[in-house]
Design a protein around this ligand. Structure first.
Ligand SMILES: [Zn+2]
Length: 266
């Protein structure tokens, strides 16, 4: 018995040492091992942090969003769909997903095709979750541990599916309304947030709008940093691990496709 345990540990150690893990991920995995499958996270817990999160990509503004964050010594969190604005496996989008991960931002699941999860069956919920978890792992090597249900909608079955999958459900406590309001209104909302100065904030934004990337984000970074916040990933602002496991990216093969899989629909 002892010998087999020793063998298993040795094998694990050998496997771990064979994998090249980016420094920022190694830090996250080694220092923050806590995970809470099935929990619904609605706010940050670490004082003086703001998590800026970006839904519905990957899309064309990702590079600009990342550059604005990195220039401010900040990290963001991208909740990716598999098949929304574009197919996550297209050459351009897969490159963006990998870029976000390599820059140290958190990559997470926003489900495959942005359905209203409470309207789906148990099997459909799992398919929506699994397809994009698998895509993110193939592209980056990291298996996400957090899912944001589209529209923030979930019921007991969705929570149970997340728990079974080892996923933490995450929503937000500050909706920037960048999807519906003018840039000026959204910027004012960020200014008001900074002036209210809560202990922390979990902010919802969207990666897919030009105004969010080029107009609202620079303002949000400016006022939040001036208020003394550290701009971190969602995992960091709740002190949990962003990933279930971290390995190497896979080579592109025939499974990298959106053909015969659910499409975005309202
Ligand atoms: Zn969404």
């Amino acid at each position: 018995m002892l010998a087999s345990i020793f063998t298993a540990v040795t094998l694990l150690a050998a496997t771990a040492s064979a994998i090249t893990i980016p420094a920022h991920v190694a830090r996250n995995v080694s220092e923050v091992l806590k995970r809470t499958p099935g929990q619904v996270v609605t706010q940050c817990t670490v004082p003086n942090t703001v998590a800026l999160t970006f839904d519905d990509g990957p899309w064309v503004y990702l590079y600009d969003i990342s550059k604005a964050l990195i220039a401010a010594d900040a990290k963001g969190t991208f909740f990716f769909n598999g098949n929304n604005y574009d197919c996550i496996y297209s050459a351009d989008q897969a490159k963006r997903v990998k870029y976000a991960y390599d820059k140290g931002h958190q990559v997470a699941s926003h489900t495959w095709s942005h359905r209203h999860l409470p309207t789906l069956t148990w099997d459909q919920i799992h398919e929506e979750m699994w397809l994009v978890e698998d895509a993110i792992e193939k592209i980056t090597g990291a298996y996400p541990a957090m899912v944001r249900p589209p529209y923030g909608e979930y019921n007991d079955m969705v929570v149970d599916a997340a728990r079974v999958r080892g996923q933490t459900i995450t929503t937000w406590d500050f909706d920037s309304l960048d999807w519906s309001d003018s840039a000026d209104d959204v910027k004012k909302a960020y200014t008001d947030l900074a002036n209210r100065r809560p202990s922390n904030a979990l902010a919802l934004n969207h990666e897919v709008y030009e105004q969010s990337a080029h107009n609202i984000l620079p303002h949000a970074i400016s006022v939040l940093k001036a208020a003394g916040y550290k701009l971190v990933t969602l995992a960091e602002c709740i002190g949990q691990s962003p990933y279930m496991r971290v390995g190497s990216p896979k080579a592109r093969d025939d499974s990298w496709t959106c053909a015969n899989r659910p499409n975005y629909q309202l």
